[in-house]
Design a protein around this ligand. Structure first.
Ligand SMILES: [Zn+2]
Length: 495
């Protein structure tokens, strides 16, 4: 769907890049790990000019970059990672370190003249190689230029001591990068081009294998299914809500019950009648970040021919201002039968998720685990900042697995508690409960609201920002950041 530079890569070490001065300029990249870190000085000896050598040889930096007479050279060193406390759960990983090295490389490559790039790994782990190549491809994504110039340059990838670079890793990196770019692109799209209906057509036009089946619940079906909360959120918009399901069943039968992943897809959030102030509304095209990441994981599951069943649900609606918009004090009956009094029309994400979670947990396939992804609360950002997703979970083992996966994938989350008694502020004299209450502990109470709709299913909720405000790592500009995509891919791969 997006470009692939890795697709064109030569991986046989027998193909030598010409070294004579008359030949086109070649860029050389070395990624070194123990025990080959000592090769750094040999590489400097081979490429650097005498005047560069002294400074380079003395440098302890993990990243060295210089211009040789034959072209630019980068040497990245993956040093052993130090455990920074918190059981190592906030430490970098081989994968994240190498991925972000690649982000630095491509940012610098953009201003370099070269005709071919040769990457050589020395003693690196599989996760380092996967991280670097995923980062290389994913960091080339740009909203404005979907086919960057750089992919016309020739690319070769080698591993010292092997005759051929492992094509399995190359393929995995391409699939991960494509998923990351997909999630970012959907978040970056303007809200006039990604209404609920437009997202449904986009997903239908994507290339899916025969293992994935799409089911679209439009407004009529949603009415029949009594998804009244999802309908209420979307009733102020000209473009009605949809609940889109992507059901993946592997060709080779798996004896596991499916995992279900549910994404909040508010295609634009004005706040509704409880209108947001301008500054808070400005970024609200990203309020479908949960659905974007859910779709990206679905695409990865499909393209990688994942071996277990997974169901994906995109809960899509636009929270708009209109005479038909839901009002504070309206009462709606959720699909599950619980009644909800609208306290604040801007607490709409939990409403669409409530019905979608009910659909997921009551599905005839009886999912073993349900995970929802959502840009849910500002309170979570206040607590954890923008880079850590808040994790709420009713199962300690699942919570551990998800946090560990986030750490390994350099896409972290951090568990927050579900403190039952905080839900008291949601009590309503007119309905089972309200959709918001006191602002203190707002990320927790939002989590408790969702928990009312998951019955006894093992469940995790990731409260995300889905956006990077500035260039950072593999993201070369502000925009969607595919939050939790890599963490969930890592978690699914490990199951
Ligand atoms: Zn809102």
């Amino acid at each position: 769907m997006f470009f692939s530079w890795l697709q064109s890569a030569q991986t046989s070490s027998k193909l030598k890049v010409a070294k004579s001065k008359q030949s086109p300029v070649n860029a050389n990249v070395f990624i070194l790990a123990e025990p080959d870190i000592k090769n750094k000085s040999l590489i400097i000896e081979e490429f650097a000019t005498p005047s560069q050598k002294i400074e380079l040889q003395a440098s302890k930096s993990e990243i060295l970059h210089f211009q040789s007479e034959r072209g630019p050279v980068w040497i990245f060193t993956v040093l052993p990672i130090s455990n920074s406390g918190h059981l190592g759960l906030l430490s970098e990983s081989d994968y994240s370190k190498a991925r972000d090295f690649a982000g630095i490389l491509t940012a610098q490559l953009k201003s370099q003249k070269f005709s071919s790039l040769k990457i050589q790994f020395q003693s690196t782990t599989e996760m380092t190689e996967l991280g670097f190549l995923t980062g290389l491809e994913a960091s080339l994504y740009s909203f404005k230029q979907l086919q960057p110039e750089i992919i016309k340059k020739s690319l070769s990838i080698e591993k010292l001591g092997t005759s051929e670079f492992d094509s399995r890793i190359l393929k995995k990196a391409m699939q991960r990068a494509a998923s990351i770019s997909l999630a970012r692109h959907l978040v970056n799209l303007p809200p006039n081009l990604k209404t609920p209906g437009q997202i449904v057509s986009f997903v239908k036009k994507m290339k899916w294998s025969t293992s994935s089946r799409l089911t679209d619940w439009n407004q009529q079906i949603l009415k029949k299914e009594k998804c009244n909360l999802l309908l209420a959120v979307g009733q102020g918009s000209d473009d009605p809500p949809h609940l889109l399901k992507i059901s993946y069943r592997p060709k080779k039968k798996s004896n596991r019950r499916p995992v279900a992943i549910v994404g909040k897809g508010i295609t634009f959030d004005t706040g509704g009648l409880d209108l947001k102030p301008s500054s808070a509304m400005r970024l609200m095209k990203k309020d479908m970040g949960g659905a974007a990441s859910t779709l990206a994981v679905a695409y990865w599951v499909d393209q990688s021919r994942y071996e277990h069943p997974v169901d994906f649900y995109l809960a899509l609606a636009e929270n708009a201002v209109d005479g038909k918009s839901m009002r504070p004090s309206d009462i709606y009956t959720a699909r599950s039968g619980l009644t909800v009094e609208i306290d604040n029309t801007d607490a709409e994400g939990r409403l669409v998720l409530a019905d979608a979670l009910d659909v997921a947990v009551t599905d005839s396939a009886k999912p073993e685990i349900v995970i929802n992804l959502a840009t849910l609360t500002g309170a979570c950002r206040v607590a954890l900042g923008v880079e850590l997703a808040g994790l709420f979970c009713n199962d300690d083992d699942l919570a551990d697995e998800l946090t560990r996966s986030g750490q390994m994938a350099g896409d972290p989350n951090w568990r927050l508690p579900l403190v039952d008694r905080y839900f008291a502020s949601y009590s309503s004299p007119f309905a089972d409960f309200k959709n918001s209450g006191e602002s203190f502990g707002g990320a927790i109470t939002a989590g408790l609201f969702l928990q009312k709709f998951v019955k006894n299913t093992k469940w995790a909720h990731l409260d995300m920002y889905s956006w990077t405000d500035r260039a950072n790592g593999i993201f070369h500009s502000a925009g969607g950041n595919a939050q939790s995509v890599q963490a969930l891919i890592h978690w699914l791969e490990g199951r």
